[in-house]
Write a protein that binds this ligand. Sequence first.
Ligand code: 5GP
Ligand code: MN
Length: 350
Amino acid sequence: MFDMKYPNRLRLVADALAQSETLVLTCHVRPDGDAIGSMLGLGEALEASGKRVFYFCEDRPGQNLLFLPGTDKLEHTPPEPFPAGASLVVLDCSEAQRIGEHGERLVEQAERLIVMDHHLGQDMCRDYPKSAPDPDTRCVQYINPDIFATGAICFAVIDELGWNISPDMATNFYAAILTDTGSFVHSNTTSLAFEMAARLVEYGADPYEISDRLFERVPFRKLALLSLSLRTLSLEIEGRLAMLHITPSMLEEAGAQVQDSDDFVRYARCIDGVEVSAFIKEPEPGKVSVSMRSRSWCNVAAVAKALGGGGHFHAAGFRQPGSAAEWREQLVEILTPLFREHDAEVSHSA
Ligand code: 5GP
Ligand code: MN
């Protein structure tokens, strides 16, 4: 068994899964490798123990995730009617709205709610369901922002249950962990990440193949878009904030899709001296989706949360109306006082 924080909560989640006959698995909109890997890996384990499983994710996964075993089972409209007595399993997010348009309705319809997540999200059980006779088991959640991937929580739960891990499940969980640790380089990468990865390789995950499929088969248009976006890269706040963006006209010029730019923030993040990096996507005129990263002290989740988004301490995002140009200015305005506060604290303690 793995050394996981909050073992009692993990056990409650494991029991709730084992007791459920029918389950609807879901994750956040615009799913990444962790969201999809968690859903498919956990779903296969549940199916193998004789349960009826539905897989609902509002958005389609990106092309690079389609090799994951089981993606053909994903539905993009919720099961209608909601299966009687089913548990809703919310993965890689802990806010009904992050599931998408149908999120709140699904949460209300479920007989039981099971949440597994690693974001600084919300307590979904707090007011679920208001009329539950036994709220302790009607809603269980394992939320641990210190853990690198939701796929790792799913793996630990299955391990806790003593269920078998197939090569396909191992592939999904490995992809989840690889995605959310940035291939074992992000600050969330712990010895547990390597311990789990080693076990998953023993169970049949192929590290070369998974990394190749996830990251090394990009379409040319992605690099065409990157070359346009890199021209917008600039430094602010004494070289400690880096920003870049894309606009609808760049998408058109490159013949690219907005998903092609998902990891562009890394080109701002990697610059020496940069504490906060931001990538501003304007997929259609007047609407932005912003990815932020920080290197050490800046809690970008708090910044994102104040703007209606969320995420982790070092990686967060939000969506807002406005143009990329407007948000470049906005971000400088919002972040400058945080840098000043930090500078004051540092000089005070020096
Ligand atoms: P990314 O910048 O890669 O899209 O997201 C970084 C992190 O922030 C991810 O963990 C993601 O779940 C979270 N995040 C991004 N956008 C939003 C948002 O609009 N709302 C919330 N709650 N989280 C977000
Ligand atoms: Mn995740």
